[in-house]
Design a protein around this ligand. Sequence first.
Ligand code: SF4
Length: 166
Amino acid sequence: MLTTILPPVPKTISQGYELLVSDLDSVITAMHQHLQDFIGCAPGCSSCCRQFSILPLEAAFLADSVDVFLQSPGSGGLCSQLIDNRCSIYPQRPLICRTQGLPIGYIDEDREQIEVSACRLNFPEDHQFDHRDLLLLDSFNSRLAALNSTYCQTFEIADEIRIPLG
Ligand code: SF4
Protein backbone atom coordinates (compact mmCIF):
# COMPACT_ATOMS: atom_id res chain seq x y z
CA MET A 1 0.00 0.00 0.00
CA LEU A 2 1.36 3.40 -1.00
CA THR A 3 0.81 5.01 2.40
CA THR A 4 3.40 2.64 3.86
CA ILE A 5 6.08 4.10 1.58
CA LEU A 6 5.07 7.77 1.59
CA PRO A 7 7.78 9.75 3.39
CA PRO A 8 6.79 11.52 6.63
CA VAL A 9 5.51 15.06 6.17
CA PRO A 10 8.24 17.67 6.92
CA LYS A 11 7.40 19.93 9.83
CA THR A 12 6.98 23.14 7.81
CA ILE A 13 4.47 21.46 5.47
CA SER A 14 2.73 19.78 8.38
CA GLN A 15 2.34 23.16 10.12
CA GLY A 16 0.89 24.64 6.93
CA TYR A 17 -1.58 21.77 6.66
CA GLU A 18 -2.63 22.09 10.31
CA LEU A 19 -3.20 25.84 9.81
CA LEU A 20 -5.31 25.08 6.74
CA VAL A 21 -7.41 22.58 8.73
CA SER A 22 -7.80 25.10 11.55
CA ASP A 23 -8.89 27.87 9.15
CA LEU A 24 -11.38 25.59 7.43
CA ASP A 25 -12.75 24.30 10.75
CA SER A 26 -13.35 27.91 11.88
CA VAL A 27 -15.39 28.65 8.76
CA ILE A 28 -17.26 25.35 9.10
CA THR A 29 -18.15 26.05 12.74
CA ALA A 30 -19.60 29.43 11.78
CA MET A 31 -21.55 27.89 8.90
CA HIS A 32 -22.99 25.17 11.13
CA GLN A 33 -24.29 27.90 13.43
CA HIS A 34 -25.70 29.86 10.49
CA LEU A 35 -27.41 26.74 9.04
CA GLN A 36 -28.31 25.01 12.30
CA ASP A 37 -32.01 24.85 11.38
CA PHE A 38 -31.17 22.69 8.34
CA ILE A 39 -28.16 20.54 9.28
CA GLY A 40 -29.27 17.18 10.62
CA CYS A 41 -25.81 15.55 10.60
CA ALA A 42 -25.18 13.46 13.72
CA PRO A 43 -23.10 10.47 14.80
CA GLY A 44 -24.45 7.41 13.05
CA CYS A 45 -25.23 9.10 9.73
CA SER A 46 -22.55 8.00 7.27
CA SER A 47 -24.26 8.66 3.97
CA CYS A 48 -21.31 10.78 2.80
CA CYS A 49 -18.69 8.18 3.73
CA ARG A 50 -18.19 6.48 0.39
CA GLN A 51 -14.87 5.28 -1.01
CA PHE A 52 -12.84 8.18 -2.35
CA SER A 53 -9.24 9.20 -2.88
CA ILE A 54 -6.96 11.79 -1.30
CA LEU A 55 -3.77 13.62 -2.19
CA PRO A 56 -0.39 12.12 -1.25
CA LEU A 57 0.09 14.86 1.38
CA GLU A 58 -3.15 14.00 3.17
CA ALA A 59 -2.39 10.26 2.97
CA ALA A 60 1.10 10.82 4.42
CA PHE A 61 -0.32 13.09 7.13
CA LEU A 62 -2.85 10.41 8.10
CA ALA A 63 -0.20 7.70 8.10
CA ASP A 64 1.93 9.92 10.38
CA SER A 65 -0.78 10.95 12.81
CA VAL A 66 -3.27 8.11 13.16
CA ASP A 67 -2.40 5.14 15.36
CA VAL A 68 -4.54 2.66 13.47
CA PHE A 69 -4.90 3.70 9.86
CA LEU A 70 -6.91 0.99 8.14
CA GLN A 71 -5.49 0.24 4.73
CA SER A 72 -7.75 -2.61 3.72
CA PRO A 73 -10.55 -1.75 1.30
CA GLY A 74 -13.92 -0.78 2.71
CA SER A 75 -16.87 -2.97 1.81
CA GLY A 76 -19.98 -2.13 -0.14
CA GLY A 77 -18.49 1.06 -1.54
CA LEU A 78 -17.99 2.53 1.94
CA CYS A 79 -14.86 4.26 3.24
CA SER A 80 -12.47 1.85 4.95
CA GLN A 81 -12.19 4.20 7.94
CA LEU A 82 -15.88 3.79 8.78
CA ILE A 83 -16.27 1.46 11.76
CA ASP A 84 -19.69 0.69 13.25
CA ASN A 85 -21.09 3.58 11.21
CA ARG A 86 -18.65 6.09 12.73
CA CYS A 87 -15.44 7.62 11.44
CA SER A 88 -12.50 5.92 13.18
CA ILE A 89 -10.15 8.80 12.33
CA TYR A 90 -12.57 11.66 13.01
CA PRO A 91 -10.12 14.20 14.57
CA GLN A 92 -7.67 13.69 11.69
CA ARG A 93 -10.18 13.13 8.87
CA PRO A 94 -9.29 14.63 5.48
CA LEU A 95 -10.30 18.16 4.55
CA ILE A 96 -13.21 17.19 2.33
CA CYS A 97 -14.74 15.06 5.10
CA ARG A 98 -14.94 18.15 7.34
CA THR A 99 -17.29 19.79 4.86
CA GLN A 100 -19.79 16.93 4.77
CA GLY A 101 -23.37 18.04 5.25
CA LEU A 102 -22.75 21.66 4.30
CA PRO A 103 -23.73 23.13 0.93
CA ILE A 104 -20.55 23.57 -1.09
CA GLY A 105 -20.16 26.28 -3.73
CA TYR A 106 -17.69 25.95 -6.60
CA ILE A 107 -17.04 29.00 -8.73
CA ASP A 108 -17.44 28.19 -12.44
CA GLU A 109 -15.56 31.08 -14.06
CA ASP A 110 -16.35 30.00 -17.63
CA ARG A 111 -20.09 30.03 -17.00
CA GLU A 112 -19.85 32.89 -14.49
CA GLN A 113 -21.91 31.04 -11.92
CA ILE A 114 -21.54 29.06 -8.73
CA GLU A 115 -22.17 25.31 -8.82
CA VAL A 116 -23.78 24.01 -5.63
CA SER A 117 -23.34 20.57 -4.13
CA ALA A 118 -25.53 19.82 -1.12
CA CYS A 119 -26.69 16.81 0.89
CA ARG A 120 -30.32 16.11 0.04
CA LEU A 121 -30.92 14.83 3.59
CA ASN A 122 -30.27 18.38 4.84
CA PHE A 123 -31.39 20.44 1.85
CA PRO A 124 -34.21 19.22 -0.41
CA GLU A 125 -33.97 19.60 -4.16
CA ASP A 126 -35.98 22.84 -4.18
CA HIS A 127 -34.02 24.55 -1.37
CA GLN A 128 -33.16 28.13 -2.28
CA PHE A 129 -29.57 28.96 -1.32
CA ASP A 130 -28.37 32.43 -0.46
CA HIS A 131 -24.69 33.06 -1.26
CA ARG A 132 -24.07 33.29 2.52
CA ASP A 133 -25.26 29.67 2.82
CA LEU A 134 -22.45 28.31 0.66
CA LEU A 135 -19.08 27.07 1.77
CA LEU A 136 -16.73 28.28 -0.97
CA LEU A 137 -13.95 25.73 -1.08
CA ASP A 138 -11.81 26.99 -3.95
CA SER A 139 -9.34 28.96 -1.83
CA PHE A 140 -8.96 26.09 0.64
CA ASN A 141 -8.46 23.62 -2.21
CA SER A 142 -5.81 25.91 -3.73
CA ARG A 143 -3.91 26.02 -0.44
CA LEU A 144 -4.12 22.22 -0.15
CA ALA A 145 -2.90 21.77 -3.73
CA ALA A 146 0.05 24.11 -3.08
CA LEU A 147 1.05 22.24 0.08
CA ASN A 148 0.69 18.92 -1.74
CA SER A 149 2.89 20.17 -4.57
CA THR A 150 5.59 21.22 -2.12
CA TYR A 151 5.44 17.83 -0.39
CA CYS A 152 5.54 15.93 -3.69
CA GLN A 153 8.37 18.05 -5.13
CA THR A 154 10.39 17.53 -1.95
CA PHE A 155 10.24 13.75 -2.39
CA GLU A 156 9.93 13.56 -6.20
CA ILE A 157 6.41 12.13 -6.09
CA ALA A 158 4.01 12.80 -8.98
CA ASP A 159 1.60 15.31 -7.46
CA GLU A 160 -1.28 14.22 -9.68
CA ILE A 161 -1.57 10.80 -8.07
CA ARG A 162 -4.46 10.08 -5.71
CA ILE A 163 -4.47 7.56 -2.87
CA PRO A 164 -7.68 5.52 -2.50
CA LEU A 165 -9.18 5.79 0.96
CA GLY A 166 -11.25 2.68 1.08
S1 SF4 B 1 -12.43 9.38 6.56
FE1 SF4 B 1 -14.09 9.33 8.09
S2 SF4 B 1 -15.43 11.08 7.59
FE2 SF4 B 1 -14.11 10.69 5.80
S3 SF4 B 1 -15.32 9.34 4.44
FE3 SF4 B 1 -14.02 8.03 5.75
S4 SF4 B 1 -15.28 7.48 7.54
FE4 SF4 B 1 -16.25 9.26 6.52
